[in-house]
Design a protein around this ligand. Structure first.
Ligand code: PSU
Ligand code: MN
Length: 317
């Protein structure tokens, strides 16, 4: 049985059965986005990856909550058949903050980006969210003004996003500057450098470094005590054996970004276009790296969620 809850936000949220039980029992939960399924990876690797990621989270002792807009409701926790239909469907709306109410009001199916997934996770009371990479400030943003709504959402919504940094197709120094301006703590996990999605090291130092999930849980608890301020970005480097070194991915990125500009790709089409071009140019290697890093992020997010639940259980606050 699924129930519609009435969260503070008033969003029409439906919790999946397993998610509802976990929320009620205070068990650790990890939110997952669905744009990576509908717009980030090709069928059938998209649904295979979504299932692996959910299994990784369960193996680490937490409950996965994949989020999507369906039939005018924001579903938090998808049954396996629903996940598969979403992964195969044509014409699914890519929903960031601007699109979510349009999908919900019209009843059209919509997948959620980092921004929209943060909104839904917060409405459902989920504090940790795993994804691949966040959207950021695009190269050439000084003329195009293309900055992902993910950055704004991190500024306002108190959810911890675990990502492999931001893609090197973005302008990473500007992305870090905007996060700092918006008061978003950026923590590199287990290293000093800010990771660059397919590569472990962007060449930029991360503002902070933490080495354990416990330390991150301590930070999240402290931040929540400030009263509902924005999110935290945990930047978890791709596992070494799956990384594509910066010099090897750089040409593919330049070619894809250049083609997007020449073809006049704009708005929400930019990120999916560039990702699929890089997939083609690298002969599919970028997808293998993407899958490895998402799974790695899911495992760390689950550890953080477990550490948070333990703090509540032992009364540390
Ligand atoms: N990273 C990926 N695949 C993706 C995305 C990121 O490897 O599909 C998606 C995420 O949902 C992210 C979104 O929130 O792209 C950012 O899009 P935009 O730049 O239009 O905000
Ligand atoms: Mn954009």
């Amino acid at each position: 049985m699924q129930h519609t809850i009435a969260p503070q936000t008033g969003m029409p949220v439906v919790l999946g059965e397993e998610v509802e039980a976990a929320v009620a029992a205070g068990r650790p939960l990890v939110a997952l986005e669905s744009t990576i399924i509908t717009h980030g990876m090709p069928w059938p690797r998209n649904v295979e990856t979504a299932r692996l990621v959910e299994a990784d989270i369960r193996a680490a002792g937490a409950v996965p909550a994949t989020i999507a807009a369906l039939d005018g409701k924001l579903h938090v926790g998808l049954a396996d058949g629903t996940l598969e239909r979403l992964a195969q469907a044509e014409g699914v709306m890519k929903c960031s903050r601007a699109d979510l109410a349009i999908a919900l009001a019209s009843g059209r199916p919509g997948s959620t980006t980092v921004a929209a997934t943060m909104m839904a996770a917060h409405a459902a009371g989920i504090r940790v969210f795993a994804t691949g990479g966040i959207g950021g400030v695009h190269r050439g943003a000084e003329t195009s003004f293309d900055m992902s709504a993910d950055l704004d959402e991190l500024a306002r919504t108190p959810v911890c996003v675990v990502a492999a940094g931001a893609k090197a197709l973005l302008d990473l120094p500007k992305t870090l500057e905007v996060l700092e301006t918006h008061g978003v703590p950026v923590i590199a996990y287990g290293q000093d450098a800010f990771p660059a999605f397919w590569s472990r090291d962007s060449g930029l130092a991360a503002p902070y470094r933490m080495d354990t999930a416990r330390d991150i849980a301590d930070l999240l608890d402290m931040r929540e005590r400030f009263g509902g301020h924005g999110g935290v970005l945990v930047a978890n480097p791709v596992p070494a054996e799956a990384e594509i070194p910066p010099a090897e991915i750089a040409d593919a990125i330049d070619a894809a970004v250049g083609q997007a500009a020449r073809e006049g790709i704009a708005g929400k089409e930019v990120t999916p276009f560039i990702l699929s071009r890089i997939f083609e140019i690298t002969g599919g290697r970028s997808l293998e790296t993407n899958i490895a890093l998402v799974r790695n992020n899911a495992r760390l997010a689950a550890e953080i969620a477990v550490a948070l639940a333990e703090r509540v259980a032992t009364g540390i606050r």
